[in-house]
Ligand binder design. Sequence first.
Ligand code: APR
Length: 255
Amino acid sequence: MTPAERDMERATRMLARAKHVVVLTGAGISAESGIRTFRDTMRGLWKDFDPATLATPEAFARDPEVVTRWYDHRRLGCLAAEPNAGHTALVAIERGLIRRGGRFTLLTQNVDRLHHRAGSANVHELHGTIVVWRCTATGNELEPPPSPFREFPPRSAWGGLLRPAVVWFGEMLPIPALDAAARALRTCDCFMSVGTSSAVYPAAGFVDLAAASGSGTIEVNPQETPASGRFDVSIRARAGAALPELAARAFGTGT
Ligand code: APR
């Protein structure tokens, strides 16, 4: 048995025995849907911009037109994308667990809503979502149609500037999502991190919280990450390949 086969075997056993699975996803699970990871977005029109400076309240205050153009460009890319085999495999794992009386919690750093569109039910968005925009004057939220805004920066019917309902660098993460993550990580017995560089906290620390609760931990990423050594099993593979195989082996389900 090769080391990779041994890892897949171990991860399958952990999933097959689990009563409560928690999965954390990052941009990597949407890469196979054609959505560039956060740092890959900066090509073409946006090649001279730094995402870390655009994704901030300060940038929005300084130049709302550039920031809203960039986010509208990404919003339309997310709406045009389709969930991939990795997303649908997580739905199969969630449904397989529930069928046998287990629990499943999905914590995502992604803002593209592809987990919802794939059919995942118990999803918590740690960084908000790009498909919903918020009026900065009233706090009211709306889901704009799948076409470009007609003016930049866009304004709401209430007259305020519209911004994407994502969490910008320096902003607080949504308390309900953080609470859900904390509760789930205290009670899970299998934690799987998929497609994240584990560079951004608090998500990057979730593996430690899960392990402290006695949970088994699995990483799925074609690349090694700074957190790889903190997982029981690290599967060096694309989400679109590894997750359907895990779903089939652990729950006997197609994706
Ligand atoms: N399957 C699984 N993982 C993949 C795939 C794939 N097909 N393709 C790429 N990856 C991995 C990369 O190896 C990388 O480790 O996905 C990870 C993407 O890392 P980032 O681009 O840093 O995205 P993410 O980890 O989600 O970033 C976390 O930081 O950029 C901010 O707020 C932003 O939510 C984001 C957060």
